[in-house]
Design a protein around this ligand. Structure first.
Ligand code: RIB
Ligand code: CA
Length: 317
């Protein structure tokens, strides 16, 4: 199968970083560009974090990096330093100057997204790992170009499980509910990877440390350090010393959709609620178009085998 052309839009926290390494080390994907969006941390930190990961992964094909929106479409930014650390990557000091930052900041994420759609058309997959602000801005700027995209895979939403940001909302859709509702009702070919699935997969600290020490690279030593804050957060709040792999699950959907089962449905995001802001629902009256494919199940064994073999550069049978 020919490699797919991919643009990753990310609010580069810890699980985003794991997703970036997973994607960059997967031969099925050619990462053409990485755009940043404010979410887990401010957008400049997201851009620095992407460059830091690229510098550690040293992949043959170096994606273009373009900085995106510093805040949601209408609302003040809400970040998650308690989850990912103040810098987004577990507050691990960087001993190096971040190369390429000025160039990435000069570029425009919305322009990068639209150019990728024009260039690759239906051979392009956009993997959205954060709030959908950049994607919504691209839709508003040139819907005709964005419609050329093959797929948009969005990590977001919570349908039959409690939210992780307040009682009912998932973080990405909570941060920018208007952007999420716009994209999920646009008729674009969106596939959603919700908390319902991503909270069924945990990477435990002892597992990560064992495999990282075995690989023994600068990247794997960094992954041990940058995940500690994220995993300690879950130990405090969820009772396990480990981390959910929200964003790596979205990357897996780009690599092999057949790891999942899907249901196509209408999805709306609450934009008017006080206590339900960002909630993802399937309207019961179902007047709208059932155009969003929502992942229902995931083959855990096959996912974990794929993820760990790529992250740790192990042979994948
Ligand atoms: O709710 C989890 C999602 O929000 C993940 O993408 C995480 O990185 C944050 O962006
Ligand atoms: Ca994310």
């Amino acid at each position: 199968m020919k490699p797919q052309h991919v643009l990753i839009d990310t609010d580069t926290g810890v699980d985003d970083a794991l997703a970036l390494v997973f994607a960059l080390r997967s031969p099925e994907l050619v990462i053409e560009a990485i755009t940043t969006v404010a979410g887990n941390v401010g957008v400049r930190k997201c851009t620095r974090n992407v460059l830091r990961i690229l510098n550690l992964v040293r992949s043959m094909h170096v994606p273009r990096v373009a900085e995106g929106s510093p805040k949601p479409l209408y609302r003040p930014l809400v970040t998650a330093p308690e989850v990912h650390g103040r810098d987004g990557l577990g507050d691990v000091p960087s001993r190096r100057r971040i190369a390429g930052l000025a160039e990435a900041v000069r570029r425009n994420a919305v322009r990068e997204i639209l150019d990728a759609c024009d260039r690759f058309g239906d051979r392009l997959t956009i993997i959205a790992l954060g709030p959908l602000t950049n994607i919504a801005k691209a839709w508003r700027k040139n819907a005709e170009s964005l419609r050329k995209v093959g797929r948009i895979i969005s990590m977001g939403g919570a349908f039959r499980v409690p939210g992780n940001t307040g009682p009912v909302a998932e973080f990405n859709y909570f941060v920018d509910p208007e952007a999420a509702d716009q994209i999920l009702t646009s008729g674009l070919p969106v596939r959603v990877i919700p908390l319902d699935l991503t909270e069924t997969i945990i990477l435990h600290w002892h597992e990560l440390r064992k495999r990282a020490r075995k690989e023994g690279s600068e990247l794997s030593r960094f992954l041990i350090r940058c995940t500690k804050h994220y995993m300690s957060y879950h130990r405090k709040t969820r009772g396990f010393f480990g981390g959910y792999l929200h964003d790596p699950v979205a990357v897996a959907a780009a690599i092999d959709q057949n790891l999942f089962t899907w249901r196509t449905m209408e999805v709306r995001i609450e934009t008017r609620g006080i206590w339900t802001r960002g909630m993802s629902v399937e309207p019961s009256h179902g007047r709208g178009r059932a155009s969003v494919a929502v992942a229902q199940t995931l083959s855990h064994r096959r996912f974990l085998k794929l993820f760990t073999s790529r992250i740790w550069n192990e042979a994948h049978g």
